[in-house]
Design a protein around this ligand. Structure first.
Ligand code: AHR
Length: 502
C-alpha cells in the first residue's frame, strides 16, 4: 500500500498575504533573453507589436506577471541608459562583456522595456548601475522615466513618444556588487548605495503617496552574510535623506558549482541532486531573515529573492555565455517547491524573480526564430496564479515527509491559501521520483477538490518545438467521503486545487 501522508490544514488560523510580486520575472540583456525572446524588431516577419513578439506577450499575460526586473543582473552594472533611447538608427552599439562578448545593439532600451511591461500588464523593476555608473547618471535616468514637470529629460521622453511619466515601482540599487557589480566590500557598497538611494528619485510629483517607488538594496548572495548585515545596520541608523524598502537575496540551485548538471537526459541521481540543492533556499531565507529581524523586528523591509532558479550545464553547441538550458519536469517541481518556500516565508519574502523569463536559465518560454514553446516551469507559474495576493493558510505535513534516498528533500509538500473570494487553494507536490502518494486532508470538512496536475512519465521530460505539449497540466479532481478528502497523486507531480468545504 502507498504510504499515507496527512495534510493538517489550519483553516481558521490565516497567515500573511502572499504578495503577488513573489511571482516576478527577471529579463537580462543576456544571450537571447531579450533579443529573440522578447524583441524581434518592428520589421520582423514574426508577429509583433512595435517590435515586441506577440506570442511571448500572450503567454506572459496569462501568468499575470507582477513585475519584470531589468536590465540585469551583471549587465545592469555596465548598462548606460542613454545608449538605449531615441531613434533606432542612432542607438549606440556596445559590447556585452558580461555575457558572451556579443554586440549589444541597444534596440531594446527604456521605452521598449516600458512598452513591453504595458503589453504584458506588469510593473517595472529597474536596476541602476552602481558598478560603473554614477549617482548623476541614475538620477538622470529617473528624471527621464518619471518627471512630470517639464524638465529637459521629460521633454526628451516626450520627443521619444511618451509624454506621460512612467511608473518605476521598484528600483534596484546595484546587483551583486560583491562580485560582477564592482567587487566592493560591504562597507564600500553601503556608502555608494546611500548616495543612489538619496539622489535616484521618483520625480513624478503627482504620484499618490501609496504608490511611492520602493528601493531594493543588495544583500546576501547565499554564501556570505556581510552585505545584509552592513545594509541593515546602516538602515537602522539611517538619516532622513535616504531609505530602502527591501534587501535582496540571490540563490541558484545547481547541485554544486560550477553548474554541471545536465538539463535533459538525466537520471534519478541528478534529479535528487538538484532538488536537494533547491531545498537549501529555505535555510538561506531563514538565515537572512534572522539578520533582518535583529534590525527590523516589525518586518518593514522585504526580503527580495530577485534571482533564483536552476542553473544547469549549457546546451551542447550553444554559446556558454548565453546560459541556454532545457527545462524539464524536474525544473517545474523545483519551481513549485521554491514557490512553496517563499509562500511559507510570506511575512518577509515579498518579492522574488525567477532567472530568467525567456531563453536563459530556468525560463518560462523558449524561442527559436518564429517558434515558441511553453516550459514545464511556465505551467507551474500559471497553476499558482490563484496564490497571488491570497492569504496564507498554514498546512502541517504529517506522515512520511522525507525522501529515503535524500532526506534533504520532502517526499510530499503542500501550501494553502484563501483568495479574496473566500476560495481555499491547495498546492501539493509529490517529489518522490518513483512512488505515488496517498494524501489525506484534515482540519476541514471538504466536499471536493478540483484543479490541475502537472506530471510526465519521466522526470527529465521536456517540451520541444516538435512535441510542445509533452509536459502540460491536465484536470485533477477528488471527492470527499464523510468530509475527508483523499488525493491519490502519481510520482513526481504537482497539483493545484480549489477545495470546496461543506
Ligand atoms: O542570472 C545570471 C546572472 O547570475 C546574473 O547576471 C547575475 O546577477 C548572477 O550572478
Amino acid at each position: 500500500a502507498e504510504p499515507v501522508v496527512t495534510l493538517r490544514i489550519a483553516r481558521d488560523a490565516p497567515g500573511p498575504v502572499i504578495a503577488r510580486d513573489i511571482f516576478g520575472q527577471f529579463a537580462e540583456h543576456l544571450g537571447t533573453g531579450i533579443y529573440g525572446g522578447v524583441w524581434v524588431g518592428p520589421k520582423s516577419p514574426i508577429p509583433n507589436v512595435r517590435g515586441i513578439r506577440s506570442d511571448v506577450v500572450a503567454a506572459l499575460r496569462a501568468l499575470r506577471v507582477p513585475n519584470v526586473r531589468w536590465p540585469g543582473g551583471c549587465y545592469a552594472d555596465e548598462y548606460h541608459w542613454r545608449d538605449g533611447i531615441g531613434p533606432a538608427a542612432g542607438r549606440t552599439r556596445t559590447l556585452n562583456a558580461s555575457w558572451g562578448g556579443v554586440i549589444e545593439p541597444n534596440a531594446f532600451g527604456t521605452d521598449e522595456y516600458m512598452d513591453f511591461l504595458q503589453q504584458i500588464g506588469a510593473d517595472a523593476y529597474v536596476s541602476v548601475n552602481i558598478g560603473s555608473g554614477s549617482p548623476k547618471e541614475a538620477a538622470d535616468w529617473l528624471d527621464y522615466m518619471t518627471a512630470d514637470k517639464p524638465t529637459s529629460l521629460a521633454a526628451l521622453r516626450a520627443a521619444n513618444g511618451h509624454p506621460a511619466p512612467y511608473r518605476v515601482k521598484y528600483l534596484g540599487l546595484g546587483n551583486e556588487n560583491w562580485g560582477c557589480g564592482g567587487a566592493m566590500s560591504a562597507d564600500h557598497y553601503v556608502e555608494q548605495m546611500k548616495q543612489y538611494a538619496h539622489y535616484a528619485r521618483d520625480l513624478d510629483t503627482a504620484r499618490p503617496k501609496g504608490e511611492a517607488m520602493r528601493r531594493i538594496a543588495v544583500g546576501w548572495d547565499g554564501l556570505d552574510a556581510d552585505y545584509t548585515e552592513a545594509v541593515m545596520k546602516a538602515w537602522k541608523s539611517k538619516a532622513w535623506s535616504w531609505d530602502i524598502d527591501g534587501v535582496s537575496l540571490h540563490n541558484y540551485a545547481t547541485g554544486g558549482w560550477p553548474p554541471h548538471l545536465a538539463s535533459s537526459d538525466f537520471g534519478e541521481g541528478d534529479y535528487l541532486s538538484l532538488l536537494a540543492d533547491g531545498m537549501a533556499m529555505d535555510g538561506k531565507i531563514a538565515k537572512q531573515s534572522a539578520i533582518m529581524d535583529r534590525y527590523d523586528p516589525e518586518k518593514k523591509l522585504a526580503l527580495v529573492v530577485d534571482e533564483w532558479g536552476a542553473w544547469l550545464k549549457p546546451n551542447a553547441g550553444s554559446n556558454p555565455g548565453f546560459l541556454q538550458q532545457q527545462n524539464s519536469l524536474r525544473d517545474a517541481l523545483l519551481a513549485a517547491e521554491t514557490l512553496a518556500i517563499f509562500i511559507r516565508h510570506a511575512d518577509r519574502v515579498r518579492m522574488a524573480n525567477i532567472a530568467q523569463m525567456a531563453n536563459v536559465l530556468q525560463s518560462m518560454v523558449l524561442t527559436d526564430g518564429p517558434r515558441m514553446v511553453l516550459t514545464p516551469t511556465y505551467h507551474v507559474y500559471k497553476m499558482f496564479v490563484p496564490f497571488q495576493d491570497a492569504r496564507l493558510v498554514p498546512v502541517a505535513v504529517q506522515g512520511q515527509p522525507r525522501l529515503a534516498a535524500n532526506p534533504a528533500i520532502p517526499r510530499v509538500d503542500a501550501v494553502a491559501a484563501r483568495d479574496a473570494a473566500g476560495r481555499l487553494w491547495l498546492a501539493v507536490t509529490n517529489l518522490d521520483p518513483a512512488a505515488p502518494a496517498e494524501i489525506r486532508l484534515e482540519g476541514l470538512r471538504a466536499a471536493d477538490a478540483a484543479g490541475q496536475i502537472l506530471t510526465a512519465p519521466r522526470v527529465d521530460a521536456f517540451n520541444s518545438f516538435a512535441a510542445p505539449d509533452l509536459v502540460r497540466p491536465t484536470p485533477f479532481a477528488a471527492t470527499a467521503r464523510g468530509g475527508v478528502l483523499t488525493l491519490r497523486m502519481p510520482a513526481h507531480a504537482v497539483t493545484v486545487l480549489a477545495v470546496r468545504e461543506t
